[in-house]
Design a binder for this molecule. Structure first.
Ligand code: ACO
Length: 335
């Protein structure tokens, strides 16, 4: 009897804008210091979009790289999952724009998800479920994030604006047999009672008219965050969800060869690894150079770790993320 398919990661791709913004550059536009930013977050620099970068075309570049590396064409994909906080249009979602831009000859479905920093982990879980059901065979996942154009880059917004960067990551997953290395399991959670702990409120459905141009000093056009609450919950929930996904698969942290954690803050990731007693060599960071690129952090960091030979085929890997919502989750896989 034929067994049901499993899902493997075929390839990844990434893109970051060419414009490097160092902590020293930020010192010139707000009351902050390179030392404060590095000590609190581990970030040295980040990328901000140039005039030609958008959520869409950054995503397209990352997607094309993933397709090229897998020697695939757009028409080899039968579903797109796209995620991004700040999209090119309020609607339609960027997934259909990506579908148009990549030149599909058939009307493959495009799904847009809104799961912030956990978006990639949610997307992998969704893609795996669809592939295991037999409905789709090969899925393109893209996370593309433009933060810089919605940040308050003055002293007033410094607690948030120093943390985020722009960039995109992509992954292609496809059906495989269960003997091949594959995605083992995923765990997803959310806790909406903390929605306002990290939020960008405007433009909002509450506004009539939608863009309240008569209120130029309305600060809700900028993201706001309860940094300490996010910090504490990020550590607790990422540790919990790694234990949860390992426990239900009869594994312990010692069974992991590598951890790709969401890139929000070096101290968060250090504390998560310490609590799990996972040595720091079993992870990789891009946060120092790209900052927090929300849904793109995991595919960007995974992509780089694979290229550097830090993660190898056949190894047991966990992806773990926590972010606004709050949402969090993990994927466990043999790569
Ligand atoms: N430069 C200099 N000083 C600053 C800056 C800055 N960029 N930002 C804030 N400060 C000041 C504050 O005003 C405060 O001053 P005060 O003591 O005079 O009031 C002081 O620094 C200390 O601020 P704290 O909030 O106590 O600093 P903390 O140690 O908590 O670090 C930080 C702040 C880095 C935001 C931390 O709370 C954090 O990383 N939280 C997690 C947030 C996060 O990662 N969010 C990303 C999205 S969600 C996710 O991806 C997990």
């Amino acid at each position: 009897m034929a067994t049901s398919p499993r899902t493997r990661i075929v390839s990844t791709g990434m893109y970051v804008p060419s414009r490097v913004v160092t902590n020293k550059d930020l010192e010139k536009i707000m009351d902050t210091t390179d030392e404060w930013i590095q000590q609190r977050s581990g970030i040295k620099e980040r990328r901000w979009v140039t005039d030609t970068d958008t959520t869409l075309n950054m995503g397209v570049t990352a997607a094309r790289q993933a397709l090229d590396r897998a020697k695939l064409k757009a028409d080899d994909i039968d579903l797109i999952i796209f995620g991004g906080l700040v999209t090119d249009y309020v609607f339609p979602g960027t997934g259909v724009l990506l579908q148009r831009e990549l030149g599909f000859s058939s009307p493959v479905p495009a799904l847009d998800i809104r799961n912030q920093c956990s978006g990639f982990v949610y997307a992998i879980s969704l893609a795996d479920a669809w592939i295991r059901s037999g409905q789709y065979k090969r899925i393109l996942i893209v996370g593309s994030e433009v933060h810089s154009t919605s940040l308050d880059i003055s002293t007033r917004g410094r607690d948030i604006s120093v943390l985020f960067g722009d960039g995109a990551g992509a992954a292609i997953v496809e059906a495989c047999d269960e003997k091949s290395a594959h995605i083992i399991d995923s765990v997803l959670h959310s806790e909406g009672k903390y929605a306002e702990a990290l939020t960008l409120a405007k433009p909002s459905s509450n506004d009539h008219p939608r863009l309240a141009l008569e209120k130029p000093n309305d600060l809700s056009i900028y993201p706001k965050m309860d940094g300490k609450l996010v910090f504490k919950n990020a550590i607790t929930r990422m540790v919990e969800v790694i234990h949860e996904i390992l426990g239900r698969n009869n594994m312990t942290p010692k069974d992991l060869d590598f951890v790709i954690a969401h890139q929000a803050n070096m101290r968060i990731n250090q504390m998560v690894l310490n609590q799990l007693e996972i040595p720091f060599e079993k992870t990789h960071h891009t946060l120092d150079r790209y900052g927090n690129t929300t849904m793109a952090t995991i595919p960007i960091t995974f992509d780089e770790a694979v290229l550097l030979g830090k993660v190898k085929r056949g190894q047991t890997v966990v992806f773990v993320a926590f972010g606004a919502g709050f949402t969090w989750g993990a994927n466990l896989l043999k790569f």
